[in-house]
Design a protein around this ligand. Structure first.
Ligand code: EPU
Length: 339
């Protein structure tokens, strides 16, 4: 096996979808779990705090990275087991998420189709518990395996131990910063089980008499292409903020002043309010400030119109946060990892 190359002062411009030009002090590409052991044995992971990145589609770099960036390129989708009603697949954590979603839809393995076209890797999908159109990665993840870069220990976590929540998992905790996810197992249904409950998706598929999995994948892709900027063309990292979850009291209070406010009751307790609605109400929809703007069709997405640096994008996001707080007394929490 070839030793992974440790490079110095590498531009991260090709490695973040915001299109921010910063450098990494050290940089290495990881193609297989063995590369991690080689880096560890060479002392690289102990010397420099590692930062693990996939497609860099949920990161805002506000300055150069002092330390080691590990770029995940662990590929491969393997069929582990097929039972009467389900299939278990294992993917390398560096597999592009949408390649996996497309693979599942193409084989008629049900469960990933609503998550079509989400940028990023399978590894990031687990860390982030990506979600869209009434589905989330946690619904289909069976287990997550990785390597602790400090100890070299390989560990696997069953779904119930991953503490999945709304855009949250165990792997977001500081203690897991040096845990490199190498593979993920997914359980997908062999029985047609489509989830068209999300209003926009229901609308997009209502003209199809008997939609199948490929229709759903295409509908999701259509909606995303219409509403969201393509990171290949316009720098962005998807939703910049999470949708805030408020108490019943707070929701009722807001409804007095804003009877048209949309809300969504969560299964446990709490009510999710669309941050996009609040941002729009504050007049930020499609608004530009220097090289930063909110996307005209989805103001939850901040875009880099050209040469914005991370600090400018961060300042722009803080101005939005401030407006929303002043108007609604709700603090929007960034969904993007700010470094
Ligand atoms: N809305 C507005 N104005 C707008 C757009 C939306 O008021 O310009 C309100 C509407 O009430 C709309 C509601 O926001 O019904 C929800 O909008 P949308 O369906 O676009 O979803 P979202 O809540 O803004 C979330 C995820 C997206 C995911 C979509 C679809 C978060 C932070 N974002 O956005 O995920 O694609 O749902 O399920 O939960 C991402 O995480 O990067 C991401 C793009």
């Amino acid at each position: 096996m070839e030793k992974p190359l440790l490079r110095r002062n590498v531009s991260l411009l090709p490695y973040n979808t915001f299109g921010v030009d910063v450098t990494a002090e050290y940089f290495a590409t990881v193609h297989a779990p063995g590369d991690l052991y080689a880096l560890k044995d060479a002392g690289a992971t102990a010397e420099h705090a590692p930062l693990i990145i996939g497609k860099g589609s949920n990161i805002l770099f506000t300055g150069n990275v002092h330390g080691l960036v590990l770029h995940n390129r662990i590929e491969g989708i393997r069929l582990i087991e097929k039972t009467g009603d389900a299939v278990i697949l294992e993917t390398g954590s560096g597999v592009e998420w949408d390649r996996f979603a497309g693979y599942c839809a193409g084989h008629r393995y049900y469960g990933a189709e609503n998550l079509s076209l989400i940028p990023g890797t399978a590894g990031a999908a687990a860390v982030q518990n990506i979600g869209a159109y009434g589905a989330e990665a946690a619904d289909i993840i069976l287990s997550v395996t990785g390597v602790d870069l400090h100890t070299g220990e390989k560990r696997s976590f069953a779904n119930r131990d991953c503490r999945f929540g709304y855009r949250y998992s165990l792997f977001k905790m500081p203690a897991f910063r040096s845990f490199f996810i190498t593979s993920i197992r997914f359980r997908l249904s062999l029985h047609p089980r489509l989830n068209l409950s999300y209003p926009q998706l229901a609308e997009e598929t209502e003209h199809i008499p008997h939609p199948d999995i490929l229709d759903v994948r295409e509908a999701v892709m259509r909606i995303r292409r219409i509403k969201l900027p393509d990171p290949g063309q316009t720098g962005n990292a998807g939703s910049f903020f999470k949708n805030p979850v408020v108490s019943k009291e707070k929701r009722d209070k807001l409804l007095v002043d804003y009877p048209d406010m949309p809300w969504h009751a969560l299964p446990g307790e709490g009510f999710k309010i669309p941050a996009a609605w609040m941002i729009e109400k504050c007049g930020w929809k499609g608004k530009q400030s220097g090289p930063c703007a909110t996307w005209s069709r989805q103001p939850l997405v901040i875009v880099n119109l050209g040469q914005a640096n991370g600090k400018e994008i961060l300042a722009f996001s803080r101005a939005i946060q401030k407006s929303v707080y002043e108007r609604f007394a709700v603090l929007l929490e960034p969904e993007v990892l700010i470094l």
